[in-house]
Write a protein that binds this ligand. Structure first.
Ligand code: ZN
Length: 264
């Protein structure tokens, strides 16, 4: 199933950036949000510095009130400053290094632009600075890389932490269970119309992988491997079914899992 972006609900348009690869799935989703009839928009994750992509976003976005970042990874943030300067607004992000202007961003904040309300939810784990954005009027949540449109995400150890990630999934699951969110608008891949089902799957997948890592460790035994060799050996066992191109990313997740198990 190919994903090309498009319009969602009454307030969102997704422009797909042309940076598809093994890690970004179809490419980065740049989201343009606007209250119906309002002048100014909000742009989430301008994406990579590709002229044709930024032109398309600028055209849809018109007057932009603010640019928000879900997290600092370059496929989301690299063009943020350049785009914000072009349209004359600031960039708000949790990490001060990625901001333009004085305004920060964090869990519990409410961003309001011309009647559009965005509630910021702290969702660390994929990275330490990962945020999600709830649009109450749409019952939607923009999750960046915390939840993807297909497959599962990487806990980018050591910046990303599994304990924090599991807490973040629980936080989002709570919002879905309370019917505050029904649909997920991710940072990569297609929108998900069953937020609760997707979060159930993500939580089950994480605990399954954790059990697989524990039994791999038991199988490897206590001896013979250095701390450097161990994560790779675990990847070879636990991620045997996954394309080897992804083993580098899988190793980050395994390092996160080993750190989590060591703390438990
Ligand atoms: Zn990404």
């Amino acid at each position: 199933m190919s994903w090309t972006g498009g319009s969602f609900g009454e307030r969102a348009q997704c422009v797909l950036a042309p940076n598809a690869n093994m890690m970004t799935l179809d490419g980065t989703n740049t989201w343009v949000l606007r209250e119906p009839g309002a002048r100014r928009s909000v742009v989430i994750d301008p994406g990579p510095p590709d002229e044709s992509h930024l032109d398309a976003v600028a055209e849809l976005a018109g007057d932009v009130g603010v640019v928000l970042l879900t997290h600092h990874h370059l496929d989301h943030s690299e063009a943020a400053r350049q785009f914000a300067e072009r349209v004359g607004c600031g960039v708000r992000a949790l990490d001060p290094e990625y901001r333009l202007g004085s305004e920060g961003l964090g869990g519990g904040d409410v961003v309001e632009v011309d009647g559009l309300e965005i509630r910021v939810v702290s969702t660390p784990g994929h990275t330490a600075d990962s945020l999600s954005f709830v649009l109450p009027a749409e019952g939607a949540v923009l999750t960046g890389d915390t939840v993807l449109g297909r497959g599962t995400t990487v806990v980018a150890h050591p910046d990303g932490q599994l304990g924090a990630y599991l807490d973040s999934l629980d936080r989002l699951h709570g919002l879905a269970a309370a019917h505050e969110i029904g649909t997920i608008w991710p940072g990569h891949g297609p929108v998900i119309d069953d937020a609760l089902g997707a979060l159930d799957y993500y939580i089950a997948h994480r605990s399954e992988r954790l059990q697989q890592v524990e039994s791999a460790l038991a199988g490897l035994g206590p001896e013979g491997l250095t701390a450097e060799e161990l994560p790779r050996r675990v990847v070879e066992i636990v991620y045997a079914d996954v394309d080897q191109v992804l083993w580098g990313a899988a190793e980050l997740s395994v390092r996160a899992q080993l750190a989590y198990l060591a703390q438990r």
